[in-house]
Write a new protein. Sequence first.
Length: 165
Amino acid sequence: MLDININLLWQFINFFIVLYVLNRFLFTPVGQVLKKRQLDIELLYKKIEEDREAAENLKKAHDEKIKKIQLEIDEIKRNEIKAAQRQREEILEEARREAQLIIDKGIAKIEIETKKELDKLQDYLSDLSIQIASKILKQEIDVNRHKTMIGDFIQKVGDIEWQKR
């Protein structure tokens, strides 16, 4: 038969009591702390993932803003270059007009001076013709004498091209 020792029974009872006390006061609170810690860690991982996604979205938004700003800067540069080119063309056109005005004034002045000189030359030629005519009338004219007087006249007139008038 089975011989049950009372000590053995008390040891089992004590073992179950210790097991109950350990379970009630140690294992259950430690398990709850571990579960809470595990939930905290999971929440932390979720928060980290959400923060990472938010950071990526923020980075994408900033990249788009930077691209828009860069496009605006490029547009402003193009507009400023066009404006500068237009201003350059306006300045060049103004300079051309002023140069043409100066040239026109110079040409007008040259024409006036040329006309004055031609008038002087015409007066001189008239006087010379009168002098020649008076010499011709005072002297007897023969063919040789006539040729000599014409040669002298041409020599005095020189290289003037009075036919260009």
